[in-house]
Design a protein around this ligand. Structure first.
Ligand code: SAM
Length: 289
């Protein structure tokens, strides 16, 4: 039994290896070396990954790692504890990012196994890096619920989120998704659709949501392939720009005593002003200082 937090030095390492999201040249030299050197590769779908291994001439055995079978991780843990190095890969991109691997990584860390990230392609980061939307702070929402009611409820929850929003979406739902975003966030909100990143038909289209929905609606080719949707964060509408002088006074006092987020929340409680508005005001004030 390993003490909590202590590394089991007799065990092998679990390498969490990113693979390409389309263009095979995006695999790193380090990833290839590790995939060759480990005793076993835990893969989301062995048949899918077999093609990648064949392409790069990697003979390492593959074994399926199904996220829904939580106990399945234990056979990899047994190999790791016996001293074998294991690599975890998913079908594309970075494992655990809307992909399997969480339970295995968690179990490995709990067993004191050295878990090593081997970074590489990730669709959300690739899209954000080229979107021209604020990237200093963002939130990743993964996949939205498939049904309209759940999807709209989820969008309502992040409607006034000031950070850039990033979503994954399946091609057969992209139009419905954009329609609901337009409905909830409004047609003017800046957005970007990143489709088929790193592949032949790569498209990055940045438009206000209403126009982006129209663009996708009028061209069925835009409803094909893999896609990431980015939406600019909420900004204080002009009419709400003027925060009452009382709220400003309370906010300024609290900002001297506590972190920004807490100060905005407390000032909102005291003055009845909206928390998001005060938070944005405080952020702007901080940037201006
Ligand atoms: N683990 C992956 C990563 O690191 O990005 C994501 C896996 S998730 C199951 C698949 C989703 O990622 C797709 O539905 C799409 O939203 C996004 N995605 C993956 N590859 C993409 C690509 N080449 N272009 C645009 N989006 C992509």
């Amino acid at each position: 039994m390993t003490a909590p937090g202590a590394l089991n030095s007799a065990a092998g390492s679990l390498y969490v290896v990113a693979t390409p999201i389309g263009n095979l040249d995006d695999i790193s030299a380090r990833a290839l070396k590790i995939l060759r050197d480990v005793a076993l590769i835990a893969a989301e779908d062995t048949r899918h990954s077999q093609r990648l291994m064949q392409h790069f001439g990697i003979p390492t055995p593959l074994a399926a790692c199904h996220e829904h079978e939580r106990d399945e991780g234990s056979r990899f843990i047994t190999r790791l504890l016996a001293g074998d190095d294991v690599a975890l890969i998913s079908d594309a991109g970075t494992p655990l990012i809307s992909d399997p691997g969480y339970h295995l990584v968690r179990q490995a860390r709990a067993a004191g196994i050295n878990v090593v990230p081997v970074p590489g392609a990730c669709a959300l980061v690739a899209a954000l890096s080229a979107a021209g939307l604020p990237s200093d702070r963002f939130i990743f929402e993964g996949f939205l619920p498939a049904k309209a009611v759940g999807r709209r409820a989820r969008l309502e929850l992040v409607k006034e989120e000031p950070r850039t929003l990033i979503f994954y979406e399946a091609p057969h739902r992209i139009l419905e998704c954009l329609q609901d975003m337009e409905l909830v966030f409004g047609p003017e909100r800046p957005a970007l659709l990143a489709r088929e990143l790193t592949k032949t038909f790569e498209t990055l289209k940045g438009l206000p949501l209403g126009e982006l929905r129209q663009f996708v609606e009028s061209d069925s080719n835009q409803q094909r392939g893999e896609c990431v949707v980015l939406v600019a964060g909420w900004t204080v509408p002009e009419s709400e720009d003027a925060v009452s002088s009382e709220a400003m006074r309370v906010l300024n006092l609290l900002l001297e005593e506590m972190p920004l987020k807490r100060a905005a929340a407390l000032a909102a409680q005291i003055t009845g002003e909206r928390k998001n508005v005060l938070y944005q005001v405080a952020l702007d004030k901080q940037k201006g200082e």
